[in-house]
Design a protein around this ligand. Sequence first.
Ligand code: HEM
Length: 136
Amino acid sequence: MEHWLPIVNTALIAVSGISVLVGYIAVRRHRIGLHHKLMLTGTVFAALFLVVYVLRYFLLGTKLYTGEGWVRAVYFTILISHTVLAIALGPLVLVTLVRAMRRQFVRHRAIARITLPIWLYVAVTGWIIYAMLYGL
Ligand code: HEM
């Protein structure tokens, strides 16, 4: 299980990230129907990622970072900013979606412009943390 769980996790977050990115391109090109589908797909895959991530945490525990010196400072700066913003992302995504569902698109757009960069930051730093932790 310790072999395939990280692969499943990585695949889920990759699909989520790609959906959100393409969904953003879609809305910039006024393809609202496609934007709608892709953003919901991105949210569902991010939620699945979270389920597998929590499962993995309880079943396999966490891996401690062993790097020393300045890379250690860089690692923890990234880890702390990633964690704080990941926690903030939950309510932000919820409000972004609720405003879209209520067809309050001006308000949706206002908060979505905060939600989207945070979402991408959390996704990219997640990859960096994974790479640093497993020495890739
Ligand atoms: C959490 C999921 C979502 C995120 C992160 C998101 C993100 C965004 C972003 C960043 C924009 C602004 C694009 C720009 O800069 O011009 C936008 C606009 C828009 N989104 Fe979403 N979106 C999400 C879900 C949805 C859903 C489910 C719908 C349903 C139809 C939707 C409908 C729209 C529409 C109509 C606009 C254009 C608003 C306008 O320009 O007045 N979005 N979205």
